[in-house]
Design a protein around this ligand. Structure first.
Ligand code: PEP
Length: 252
C-alpha cells in the first residue's frame, strides 16, 4: 500500500507574510511521525521563502505548474530548473484550471511530465472529466486519454515515483465532492490503465490522489477507499486547522 500523501494547492492565494504564517502553522501542527507525506503548493513568489521555513521539517514543496524548457525566451514562465533550485520536490501538472482556463493540452502535459522528471521533480499529474463529460458517459475515455498522454514518455521506474490526481472538474471549488464510490471507481480504472501501460508492480505503488472539495468531514471516507492514496486539497488548505484536520483524517 502506498503511503498516504496530502497536497495543499494554494492556487493564487497568500502574500509573503500570510504564506509564511500558514506554512509555519502547518509545519508546527504536524507530528513528526513519518506515516504520511505532506506537500504545500504555494504561488511561485513565496516558494523560496517557504523553503527556509520548511527546511528540516516533514513538509515538502510543490509548484503549481511549470514550463517544459530549462531556460529561454518564454516571458512569464518558470522552468523546472528554477523550481528545483528553490527547493521544490513536486510539481502539479495539468491541473484542470490550467487545462480549462489557460488551454493546457494533453501534449503540453506530456512534455512537462518528461521535463519534470529530467530535473528530478516528481510530477503530480491531474486528470478529470467535466460535468458534461460525466453526464455523457465519457469519464473513463477522458481520464484514460489524459493519463496515457501524461505517462507516455515516462519509464516504469519513473511512473512508480510519480503521482496521479483524479480531480473531477465538477467537484473542484464547487463544494460538490465525488462520493467515495465514484472516486474509487475511477481510481481503480486508473490503476488498471497504469498496469496496462507500465506494468502491475508500478500500478500497485503509484499514488493516486483524489481532489475536489475535500474537507475535514469527508476526507476520512474518501481515503478509506482502497485505491485512494491521498488528497489534493484546494480551498480547505488555505486554513491551517482545516488542512491539519484533513491530514489527521488521512493518517493510516
Ligand atoms: C484543487 O484545486 O485541486 C482542488 C481540489 O480544489 P478544491 O479542494 O477547492 O475543490
Amino acid at each position: 500500500m502506498p503511503r498516504p500523501f496530502i497536497v495543499g494547492n494554494w492556487k493564487m492565494h497568500k502574500t509573503l507574510s500570510e504564506a509564511r504564517d500558514l506554512a509555519i502553522t502547518v509545519r508546527d501542527g504536524l507530528s513528526t511521525s513519518s506515516d504520511i507525506d505532506v506537500a504545500l503548493a504555494p504561488p511561485f513568489t513565496v516558494i523560496g521563502s517557504l523553503h527556509e521555513v520548511l527546511k528540516g521539517s516533514s513538509v515538502s514543496l510543490a509548484a503549481q505548474t511549470m514550463h517544459e524548457a530549462a531556460k529561454g525566451a518564454f516571458t512569464g514562465e518558470i522552468s523546472p530548473l528554477m523550481l528545483k533550485d528553490v527547493g521544490c520536490t513536486y510539481v502539479i501538472l495539468g491541473h484542470s484550471e490550467r487545462r480549462h482556463i489557460f488551454g493546457e493540452t494533453d501534449q503540453a502535459v506530456m512534455k512537462k511530465a518528461r521535463a519534470a522528471l529530467d530535473h528530478a521533480l516528481i510530477p503530480i499529474l491531474c486528470v478529470g472529466e467535466t460535468l458534461q463529460e460525466r453526464e455523457t458517459s465519457r469519464t473513463f475515455d477522458v481520464v484514460d486519454r489524459q493519463t496515457e498522454h501524461a505517462l507516455r514518455h515516462v519509464t516504469p521506474e519513473e511512473a512508480s515515483r510519480s503521482v496521479l490526481a483524479y480531480e473531477p472538474v465538477w467537484a473542484i471549488g464547487t463544494g460538490r465532492t465525488a462520493s467515495p464510490e465514484q472516486a474509487q471507481e475511477v481510481h481503480t480504472f486508473l490503476r488498471k490503465a497504469v498496469a496496462r501501460s507500465h506494468g502491475d508492480s508500478v500500478a500497485r505503488v503509484i499514488r493516486i490522489l483524489y481532489g475536489g472539495s475535500v474537507k475535514p468531514d469527508n476526507a476520512a471516507s474518501l481515503i478509506a477507499e482502497p485505491d485512494v492514496d491521498g488528497a489534493l486539497v484546494g480551498g480547505a488548505c488555505l486554513d491551517a486547522p482545516s488542512f491539519l484536520a484533513i491530514v489527521a483524517a488521512c493518517r493510516p
